[in-house]
Design a protein around this ligand. Structure first.
Ligand code: PLP
Length: 466
């Protein structure tokens, strides 16, 4: 399998190069040159597999020569061994044909672990093969950071720098990052928004000298390997509910569009998905896009679901590339409009097609709390605010009761105890694995929203020099 950039100007790379490269050198994102496709009988056979075995089958077509099937099986087994539920990604029924897929049974209690635990081990494997070291830099709206730190802490071949927006992540989220005191882990609180953090990370990657000097690697969802590992649970839910003999729909609480794009990938690979409802909080750029075909940024507003307080959904570029028939020049043009004017539009015909598969729905904080309370009253299930945005989107945006609707529950309620308590009167407790989080010492550097300052900091602290 070869990978091409969404902007058409970067070298074509193999899986292991894409794994370490993250962002393409033309500013684009790597995508597979072709979509591997499963036959219906292959998908039917997935019903007999447990989660790790399914993960091997779904990811094998993407990895190429860098990893053998046996090695992949070992990596996957290790990645999911520490998860807190035997099913790894259990499905819970909420209504007649409404299901919650709980993606919060990893070590940091958000769905990011499903990709990151895999990615950490994949890095080890490939870096070991090459005798190389890297500096991982990433921006987080809250959950990516802790998942990355947990996956990369104490790994000899990796230094990890995680930027989070100062005071805009929850206390649990911050402490899950800042209480990891490993020498290779560096937390940076940026005086700005998540989009500012993401811009700084992109700025570091867009400086070829800095990128090479530091051996930069990305673990944000711009990294294809993350998307790839998230494709697995779409198949998991699909075959559990009757695929390929029955269609399915998903509602996904969305920020960077990575998780939804993994679902779209599953559909491209043959999973019969009838629709995706893209759930947003008040940062509703995607909802507005699916209404109008116009992507226009506004200022980010803080909400109860901070991991989705995002106005620039990086992974949307991958969808743009695909719906434009892999026309990198056109995507490059749209993205340069976007950078210059904060807006771009797609052709009405394309919007029409896109809307046949995707719809957007946004909820404000009041609606989110109401949904947490309502689902608790109906089922006893306690949702976190992100998952509640997903349920709200499913209920408002999906009207085909005979197609099973799976809502992705992206975080454990204990990550956002204040909002959950306000909605239900119950303060969800942290699982035993995180007891003592509030007694641990924190370490973090506060830096201005300034690319040069962050670069200087990374340069000074990284153990890695080319
Ligand atoms: C990251 C995150 C999201 C958004 O996922 P994207 O892939 O960025 O769309 C939603 N919910 C939670 C809890 C998250 O951590």
């Amino acid at each position: 399998m070869k990978y091409v950039s969404t902007r058409g100007q970067a070298p074509v790379l193999s899986f292991d190069d894409v794994l370490l490269a993250g962002l393409a050198r033309d500013g684009g994102l790597y995508v597979p040159e072709t979509w591997p496709e499963f036959e219906p009988e292959e998908i039917r056979a997935f019903r007999d597999l447990d989660y790790p075995a399914l993960a091997v089958q779904v990811m094998l077509p993407f990895v190429g020569a860098a990893v053998t099937e046996d090695e992949l099986a070992e990596i996957v087994a290790a990645a999911y061994a520490g998860f807190g539920h035997k099913a790894v990604a259990p499905l819970k029924q909420l209504g007649r044909n409404e299901w919650l897929m709980e993606l919060f049974h990893g070590p940091t209690l958000a769905f990011k672990d499903y990709a990151m635990q895999f990615l950490g081990r994949m890095f080890d494997h490939v870096l070991g093969q090459r005798g190389q070291r890297v500096t991982v830099v990433g921006a987080t709206s809250g959950d990516t950071g802790s998942a990355a730190i947990e996956a990369f802490r104490d790994r000899e071949a990796v230094d990890v720098f995680i930027l989070h927006p100062k005071d805009r992540v929850s206390d649990v989220q911050r402490r899950q990052m800042t209480t990891v005191l490993s020498a290779n882990v560096h937390n940076i609180a940026v005086e700005g928004s998540f989009d500012d953090c993401q811009d700084i990370v992109k700025g570091m990657f867009n400086d070829p000298a800095f990128r090479d000097d530091m051996g930069l690697a990305a673990v944000n969802s711009i990294n294809w390997a993350r998307i790839m590992s998230q494709v697995v649970y779409y198949f998991w839910a699909g075959v559990a509910l009757g695929a390929p003999d029955r269609p399915i729909a998903f509602a996904v609480p969305t920020g960077n569009f990575g998780n939804v794009f993994a679902g779209y990938t599953a559909r491209r690979m043959g999973l019969p998905v009838d629709g995706f409802v893209v759930g947003s909080n008040r940062n509703d750029i995607l909802t507005r896009f699916f209404e109008s075909g116009e992507m226009t940024t506004r200022a980010v507003v803080p909400t109860l679901s901070p991991s989705m307080d995002i106005q620039i959904s990086s992974n949307f570029e991958r969808l743009l590339f695909d719906i434009h028939g892999a026309d990198g020049a056109e995507v490059a043009r749209l993205m340069s409009d976007f950078r210059r004017d904060g807006t771009f539009s797609i052709a009405p015909g394309l919007l029409q097609e896109t809307r046949e598969l995707f719809r957007g729905f946004s909820s404000d904080d009041e609606e989110t709390k109401r949904m947490i309370a309502q689902v608790y009253a109906e089922t006893g299930e306690i949702l976190d605010p992100h998952s509640a945005v997903g349920v709200a989107a499913a209920r408002a945006g999906w009207a085909e009761p005979d197609v099973p609707m799976v809502i992705l529950a992206t975080a454990h309620p204990a990550k956002f105890p204040a909002a959950v308590e306000e909605a239900t009167g119950i303060r969800p407790g942290l699982p035993a694995s995180l007891a003592g989080l509030f007694q641990r010492r924190e370490r973090c550097d506060v830096l201005p929203n300034d690319l040069a300052a962050v670069k200087a900091h990374v340069r000074a602290r990284s153990r890695w020099r080319n």
